[in-house]
Structures are given as structure tokens and as C-alpha cells.
Ligand binder design. Sequence first.
Ligand SMILES: O=C1O[C@H](COP(=O)(O)O)[C@@H](O)[C@H](O)[C@H]1O
Length: 268
Amino acid sequence: MASAKILVASSKVTLGETLADQIVESCRETLSSRDVFVLALSGGSIPSLLGAVECQFSVKGIEPRWGSWHVILADERCVPSTSPDSNFGSIKANFTSNVPIPPGQVYGIDEFLSKSTSDIATSYEDKVLKPLLARSGGKIDCAVLGFGPDGHTCSLFPNHPLLKETERLVAPIDDSPKPPPSRITLTFPVLNSMSRCIAFCGAGTGKVDVVNAVFESPTRIQLLEKDGDTKCHQLKLRDPAPYPCGMVRPGNLIWIIDLDAAGGLFEL
Ligand SMILES: O=C1O[C@H](COP(=O)(O)O)[C@@H](O)[C@H](O)[C@H]1O
């Protein structure tokens, strides 16, 4: 049975710092052996949690080497990058425009390509993802993913046929139950077989039901470590996975949540 490390932060500030720590560690490890760090980011609430990343590098005395960073989208809504719905726009406003990652290494969709979501997905797979995978040993180094109150992650929604996709690395979706309807998304083959580390991150009571459904209810929760106000546990993932976010099972899986998202489960 698969399991995940769960880091429970005492507040939203601590949550951002804990997430930043994971990104710093993944970056440090990756750049110790090559010059390309590939980071995939969700939209939604994730970009607003990335403000502590730069600071955590300073705190830990580690050089970020921003010139080696390549930031890709875990999913994107097919809208102009200037739209408030654009994940690229939100990632840029909250994170990448505040650090010296070369702008050409933050990869949005080709919004002018055509009206076809499928063409946009194919272009992102062929022109962005595959060339980067070729430079990173075939894997995304770190993916930071959100999860919705309906259990979706990226643009992989409950009971959608895309959950069974096995060929495409980046897939189109034109019937997203959450607006806007047309999007592109990384697929499970990428998340489960082509990602070195995935960190889910979520805050607030709206996430409690999903967290409680995704993990087995433990009879006893063992505290593995405590770093400041963040507590670390290891929990088993429920089979079969009740939601798309619970189906994400790479080798290195971490869930970072705040006390509100953890509900009563971790307050032991
Ligand atoms: O539509 C989306 O929603 C999910 C979850 O968003 P959140 O605001 O609940 O964190 C997000 O991860 C995804 O990138 C986005 O396209």
C-alpha cells in the first residue's frame, strides 16, 4: 500500500515556508548534479504560497541559481495570459516576476496557436515538456500541485475519461466541470512515472473532506519529526483512491497542509 509524508503546518505562513523548504531542497539536490531544474506548478491557490521561496534560500545559505530554473505549468486554462483565470499569469505575478528566472524559461501555453485545445496541448508537450525532459534525465524534478474541494488536481477531474489517459503527456480537456471549460493538463503517466518529487499543498477547511478521504484513518498517528511548528507524519493512501489527487503516487510524495485542512486528524 502506498503512503505519503504529511507535513502539517500551524498557519498559512508556516505552510508557505514549509513548501519553500521542499522546493529549496529539491533544487539543491538537482543542481548538485546538473544545470537544469524543472519545476511544475499548479495555479489556483499555489502561486500565492510561493512568496517564501527566495527567502528560504537565504535562510539556508543556498544559492538558488535562478538561471538554471525552468518553470512549467501543471495545468492551464485556455485563456489569454492577461486573464485573471490564467495560471501562467498568476504564477508570474506571485512568483516568477519577483525572482531572476529568465522570462524565456517560464513556459506558458501558445495562446495564439489556434482555437483548438488539442493543438495547444500537443504544442506544450512537443515544444516545452519533451525538450525539458530530454535535459532533465526524463523527469520533472519537482511538481507543486494544488487539489480542489472536489478532489481534482491539475485539470484531472473526478470520473473524467482523462483519468485513464495513457499516451499523451499533456492532454486537452474541453469539458472541465470547473470553469473555464477548455484547459490543458499534465497526465498521470507524467505525474506518476516522470516526476521525481511531488508536493501537494493546500490550506483551509474546504480541503478537509478530501484529505480525510485520501488517507487511511489511522488508529494512531506517529510523529516522525517536528520542525518548528510543522509536524511530519507518514500516512497510508486509501485504495482505491477516492479522488484524482489520491491517484498521484510518484516515488517521493509529500502532502503539505495547514491545521484547518487537516481537521481533527493530526491534532494529536
Ligand atoms: O482549477 C484549478 O484548480 C486547482 C485547485 O485550485 P485551489 O485554488 O483549490 O488550490 C489548481 O490546482 C489548478 O491548477 C487549477 O487549474
